[in-house]
Design a protein around this ligand. Structure first.
Ligand SMILES: [Zn+2]
Ligand SMILES: [Zn+2]
Length: 351
């Protein structure tokens, strides 16, 4: 089969590799959908002389794509039937740790510190979903409910699942007003979920197209920061001077992080999911004298991923509305070129 790899310098290559066969504890998935994500873009953009986002664990560039969904087509000899069976519709929880530590046993394999040099991350340091087939350990598959499309599964396997987990971690309720900073794939999913949880949603982004998308997904208010005004001030005005109960920061920008803290009300909660960088916090006035809770949230567990899928199915949400582009694998070059240029929103390969 041929899979998409990122050699660097904004190039796409198709690598010819043997069709995978399962080891005793593995499954092979016939891929149906494989999402495109911001971390893929980091690997795509990196200069040729710069190492990949994660060093490969397989002695060659790994096939990209860490948001896989498809149908199990082969099962290893030692895989219990309860774990996986041929014909099962699945997503992949795209990490593999030691399987023995407390994190791994509770479905948080990405938090494992027992494997050297690092956890396996499919599509980053081992083969991922941008290919017709994907081999993964059977304990990484998460059932995709029948009513959900494969592209919905691919979304839940990364950004959409991340958004859901963050809202659950903040115990978002119908009584809450939430400000969601950044309306990229994670922020838009959070807007859609927060609305489905009956919270009042204030969406913030600098891009008018994304704000329009946020309104369509149910944001009560969606606005761009004005050049001279403070976003936190604007949010205080929208909430009768109180601030929001919860704020979620998805962009990773220092200014947005600071605004997300200051826009929350006394006893409020702020959650960061945007990766990288730093933020400066004036601790007394912004945090402790307002009894603030600030937390980080990184993706989700296997059971959290299943819970997100069940929520999407129960509420009849169309998380596929997130995608602006659908591609076939042979158009990967064009797909990543447009993604790199910031044209449109999230893309997905359908196979
Ligand atoms: Zn992703
Ligand atoms: Zn572990």
């Amino acid at each position: 089969m041929r899979g998409v790899v990122f050699p660097g310098n904004r190039k796409i290559e198709y690598l010819e590799v043997p069709d995978p066969t399962p080891g005793p504890l593995d499954v092979v998935i016939e891929m149906k959908a494989s999402g495109m994500c911001g971390t893929d873009l980091q690997n795509y953009r990196r200069p040729l002389d710069q190492p990949a986002y994660m060093p490969s664990l397989i002695g060659r560039p790994p096939i990209a794509g860490h948001e896989p969904a498809g149908i199990v087509c082969a099962v290893g000899s030692a895989v219990p039937a309860q774990l996986a069976r041929v014909g099962q519709r699945v997503m992949v929880h795209h990490y593999q740790g030691c399987n023995a530590c407390a994190h791994c046993r509770t479905g948080w394999q990405q938090l494992c510190r027992n494997v050297q040099p690092m956890v396996r991350v499919y599509g980053n340091n081992d083969d991922g979903g941008h290919a017709p087939y994907l081999k993964v350990p059977a304990n990484t598959v998460v059932t995709l409910p029948d009513s959900l499309s494969f592209e919905a599964g691919a979304a839940i396997a990364c950004g959409t699942g991340t958004a859901y987990q963050a809202l659950r971690r903040m115990h978002l309720s119908a009584a809450d007003t939430i400000a969601i900073f950044g309306q990229g794939p994670v922020g838009l999913s959070a807007t859609q979920f927060a609305r489905a949880m009956n919270a009042r949603v204030i969406a913030i982004d600098t891009n008018e197209q994304r704000l329009e998308h946020a309104r369509r997904l149910g944001a009560d208010v969606a606005f761009a920061p004005s050049g001279d005004g403070d976003v936190a001030e604007a949010i205080l005005e929208l909430t009768g001077g109180q601030g929001v109960d919860k704020s979620l920061e998805t962009s990773g920008a220092a200014s947005a992080r600071s605004a997300a803290i200051r826009a929350a009300k006394t006893w409020g909660t702020c959650c960061f999911v945007g990766e990288g960088g730093e933020v400066r916090i004036n601790v007394s006035p912004e945090l402790l004298r307002r009894q603030m809770t600030v937390m980080g949230s990184w993706t989700f567990s296997t059971t959290g991923q299943a819970e997100c899928a069940a929520f999407v199915a129960a509420k009849g949400l169309d998380v596929g509305q997130l995608y602006t582009h659908r591609w076939t694998l042979d158009r990967a070059e064009e797909a990543y070129r447009l993604f790199d240029q910031g044209v449109g929103g999230k893309g997905v390969f359908l196979l």
